[in-house]
Design a protein around this ligand. Structure first.
Ligand SMILES: [Zn+2]
Length: 517
């Protein structure tokens, strides 16, 4: 394998001419600001996040990055909702039921509206799938369906998922079951959570006032409204046999043979208001030369956890370190471009938000890509590269970085990355987190995953700090190991340079990794 940065017009220009732009002074300067109390912990959807995005945008501008033409400026906005219930009332056979005692609503999943019916039908777990169907021989049109949480088992294993593990009827269960009820013609749903006999203060509050939620408009689906009821109300509605159903459901028994239809005059009124808040990814580019319609993405998340009880979670390592690495790599590539040694492929410098909430910003980007994902050669993602994993043993070298994803999607990833590292930075590339048995599931836990699931080869760089100050207010700039941080950022820069300048995009010769978040 020949690895030359071939676009050098006969001069011997390589990434080593520009890596020193990524200096300790510059890293310190930016990270001290990004991780300052001023930024209020950069929580997505708050003023702190907007201050951070403005800072990054200004850096991108002053470095000389272009804003993507497809966007109106450097920010790609995505929508977040916060729901507040305005009205929530349930009447059964003329009796008004008590909120928080008899039942609760679901301010996130329900939409403003009324349902009414004269009869209820018990539909077991509320599942219809190839392997199992609760709706068989049941007519639910115009009626209210009643279902329990969970899914059936066969022996010790779960029935639906061929692996024997829980299926998405459990993981995203309620929403999926509400969609199916709608599809079947039901007008509303009553949900019985096997593990929730009654409702705690926290659960009641959450049912009326939601946290910020990411809603991709493309994914809004049709559902019936649904209420969750206490086990004592369930007994009232379904009769004493409910105890038997509960017992059977707790064992994971099949429930599709049970047929219960009861007359019950039921009316549910729900109304909410939704506050819409915008969050953003900040994106700047350096346009490529002869391969400008192909892309190399350098990503990191700039959001963190915000403030709790007045204490700021500064997130210096997580992921101030990756954010500033992206800014500094942009500086280095911009200098090269200015001196006539710009990259052949277009480099997309992308800092995303919403990561800590559930990879929202990168999910939005991957569903609404600004640049073709088909033509994106690689995403090099950086989330925490400024510290030393406190779990590393004394016998382990501390001159390291964890690299995740090297054995997936493209066989060229490790070859290029290892060679760039060998030539320039000589870090130990530790593949420990690529072990499929690793319980931390790091491959699925940062923004690169949203590129990988779309088939884009990714490498993820990470210091492994899972204990110590991880997600603590003590993740501060004083704890950064600057020489090691610099070396890691430079190593990623060398790798990006090679991938941006070689003749071909990375081949995609390995299957998508199985599993999901
Ligand atoms: Zn992070």
């Amino acid at each position: 394998m020949i690895l030359t940065s071939s676009f050098s017009f006969g001069q011997n220009i390589s990434s080593s001419n520009y890596a020193s732009v990524i200096s300790i002074e510059e890293l310190q300067k930016h990270l001290t600001i990004i991780a300052s109390d001023e930024m209020e912990g950069r929580e997505t959807g708050t003023p702190g996040q907007r201050k951070a995005s403005a800072y990054i945008e200004n850096q991108f501008k002053s470095i000389g990055l272009q804003a993507p033409k497809q966007l109106n400026g450097y920010q790609q906005f995505f929508s977040l909702n916060q729901d507040t219930a305005l009205k929530d009332s349930l009447t059964i056979n003329g009796e008004i039921k008590q909120y928080g005692i008899d039942y609760i609503g679901n301010v996130t999943l329900n939409s403003t509206g009324v349902f009414a019916s004269d009869s209820i039908v018990f539909v077991g777990y509320g599942i219809e799938d190839d392997a199992y169907n609760d709706y068989i021989n049941k007519n639910v049109t115009g009626k209210v369906v009643v279902f329990v949480s969970g899914e059936p088992k066969k022996g010790k294993k779960y029935l639906i998922n061929p692996t024997g593990k829980k299926s998405d009827w459990t993981s995203s269960g309620l929403s999926k079951k509400m969609e199916l009820a709608k599809l079947k013609g039901a007008v509303g749903a009553i949900y019985i959570n096997l593990l929730q006999d009654n409702f705690s203060e926290t659960i009641i509050k959450k049912s009326l006032f939601s946290d910020l939620n990411y809603v991709d408009n493309q994914e809004v689906s049709q559902k019936v409204n649904c209420i969750s009821i206490s086990h004592s109300l369930a007994t009232k509605i379904l009769g004493d046999q409910f105890d038997d159903y509960l017992d059977a459901a707790n064992k994971g028994n099949l429930l599709n043979e049970i047929t219960v239809e009861k007359a019950a005059k039921i009316e549910y009124l729900f109304a909410k208001k939704t506050k819409n808040i915008l969050a953003s990814n900040v994106i700047g580019i350096i346009e490529g030369t002869d391969k400008k319609n192909e892309y190399v993405v350098l990503s990191a998340h700039y959001d963190h956890l915000g403030k709790k009880n007045g204490v700021v979670y500064n997130g210096a390592d997580d992921d101030g370190s990756g954010t500033v690495a992206v800014i500094e790599m942009a500086s280095a590539f911009a200098k090269a471009k200015k001196e006539g040694h710009g990259p052949r492929r277009t480099i997309v410098f992308m800092t995303v938000s919403g990561e800590e909430k559930g990879l929202w910003g990168s999910e939005y980007y991957s569903n609404h890509p600004v640049f073709s994902l088909e033509n994106t050669s690689v995403d090099l993602n950086t989330d925490m590269i400024g510290r030393i994993d406190t779990e590393r043993k004394l016998s382990d070298t501390l001159n390291y970085v964890y690299v995740v994803g090297h054995d997936k999607l493209s066989s060229e990833l490790p070859i290029i990355n290892e060679e760039a590292n060998k030539q320039h930075t000589k870090l130990t590339l530790d593949y420990k987190f690529d072990d499929p048995e690793d319980p931390n599931r790091i491959y699925y836990r940062s923004d690169h995953y949203n590129f990988a699931r779309k088939g884009v080869p990714v490498l993820f760089f990470y210091d492994g700090m899972l204990l110590a100050d991880y997600h603590q207010p003590t993740d501060d700039v004083e704890k950064i190991n600057w020489p090691l941080y610099q070396k890691r950022a430079q190593m990623i820069f060398h790798t990006a340079w090679e991938i941006a300048n070689r003749d071909e995009m990375l081949i995609r010769d390995k299957p998508l990794p199985v599993g999901n978040r």
